[in-house]
Design a protein around this ligand. Sequence first.
Ligand SMILES: Nc1ncnc2c1ncn2[C@@H]1O[C@H](COP(=O)(O)OP(=O)(O)OP(=O)(O)O)[C@@H](O)[C@H]1O
Length: 249
Amino acid sequence: MSKATNHSGANQHHRPIPARKDVVRAEKLQAGYAGKAVCGVVSFSLHSSQSLALVGPNGAGKSTVVKTVVGQLEAVSGTTLINGNEVDDRTLDFRREVAVVFDDDAFFPALTVEEHLAIVCAGHGVDEVEDVISAELEFFGLSALAKSRPYNLSSGQRRRMLLAAAFVRPRSLLVLDEPEQRLDTSMRHKLAARLRAEVDSGLALLVVTHDPEFLITVATKALFIADTIHAMTPGRAAEAIASENPHAD
Ligand SMILES: Nc1ncnc2c1ncn2[C@@H]1O[C@H](COP(=O)(O)OP(=O)(O)OP(=O)(O)O)[C@@H](O)[C@H]1O
């Protein structure tokens, strides 16, 4: 049998990174607006095959932290390195490696669902575009809506389209802000299982979530974001968000 044969069946879109190499390293990061931090000082490292969940109450600063990590907001202080480089979301290297799903309005209103995915593929040099798009449309239950425009979709269907756009492209780091929002239970479970499988085969995942069950499936570690930052196991973090108490035992 050829040594080159791939027995894993793993998704081939994200390129493997040598084990234990930092994909993200945030050091003494203060995230906020107009020079004022919204939460405690955040330090963490994230390797390939690791998934860090950020949890905490509404307004705690989770979205602000992840937007700062990926360079969409300027840090109040501290540094973030992605794959060893300072973050610059305008560079080709950054865009090749980092896929982000934040806002529900991040789509082209005039394009159909499949045109939207095709543009994302074209921008990232994806091969076998038709097959890739068709697989993601099927996974996200959008095949029958491929020719619909975003404003003719339900909010959950739009969320599925935005997630599909992250999955059609290459990525070594995936950053998701509350991906479970507006998804029905079956899609939430399917997405969680897929994310976990991709993490197990090399993806680094940074995810904000309020869903304890989703967190338990997906995360390998967690940070509770508040005025001070608590590092937690996923199990402890799930208990904390279920009880809204970071010190839950
Ligand atoms: N553009 C902005 N300018 C100034 N302050 C902001 C801005 N966006 C958010 N904030 C404030 O920053 C704080 C943290 O908000 P953030 O959205 O990061 O919280 P979060 O933990 O993600 O909350 P949620 O769970 O509700 O999504 C809040 O007090 C919020 O009011």
